[in-house]
Design a binder for this molecule. Structure first.
Ligand SMILES: C[S@@+](CC[C@H](N)C(=O)[O-])C[C@H]1O[C@@H](n2cnc3c(N)ncnc32)[C@H](O)[C@@H]1O
Length: 162
């Protein structure tokens, strides 16, 4: 199976392997922060069901003048690259793109209801203030899901209770 490591992104090979392990055999995974699909495609390669791939494709605040500059001038172009990549890797039928703003607790609540028990919700950029606040409030203070796992200092994963 072709590794998506060549797709522009920031998840390294070790993180992709961990994400694939989390997604393996699951019916629903919900990922927040997908960019051009590197981590999404890795999980789609091991999932049984589908991945909701959430991103506004506008880049992360704080990275819009550096890594995500392209998203400021051409967000649709980033989204189209994402679509082209899932097609090229043959996982288009396993990925449901959702072009929306996230990182609000109310949004997490709605996403959470899309997941079946034992599904997985994960995301990037835990280091950013807005992400951290929403994730901590939703999963730690309101106690949704099983204990949070970190694949690295940015990528968080939470499993829904069985
Ligand atoms: C670091 S990138 C994701 C990288 C990707 N997971 C990989 O494998 O390399 C973070 C993504 O989060 C998205 N993002 C940041 N804040 C967001 C928000 N409030 N709502 C939706 N997407 C957001 C950005 O557009 C960007 O594509």
């Amino acid at each position: 199976m072709k590794s998506p490591i060549d797709i522009e992104g920031w998840t390294d090979g070790r993180i992709l392997e961990h994400l694939q392990d989390f997604a393996r055999g699951k019916y629903r995974v919900l990922e927040i922060g997908v960019w051009k699909g590197r981590s999404t495609i890795a999980m789609a390669q091991s999932i049984t069901g589908v991945i909701y791939a959430i991103d506004h494709f506008l880049g992360s605040p704080g990275e819009r003048e550096t890594n995500h500059r392209e998203a400021v001038s051409d967000p649709l172009g980033v989204y189209l690259d994402f679509l082209a990549n899932i097609k090229e890797y043959g996982v288009g039928d396993k990925v449901i793109p959702m072009m929306v703003e996230s990182h609000k607790v109310q949004f997490y609540l709605r996403c959470w209801s899309l997941l079946k028990p034992a599904g997985v919700m994960c995301g990037d950029d835990f280091g950013w203030k807005g992400v951290k606040e929403a994730v901590v409030e939703f999963f730690i203070e309101r106690k949704h899901g099983q204990p949070m796992t970190f694949v690295d200092d940015k990528m968080w994963v939470v499993k829904k209770h069985n």
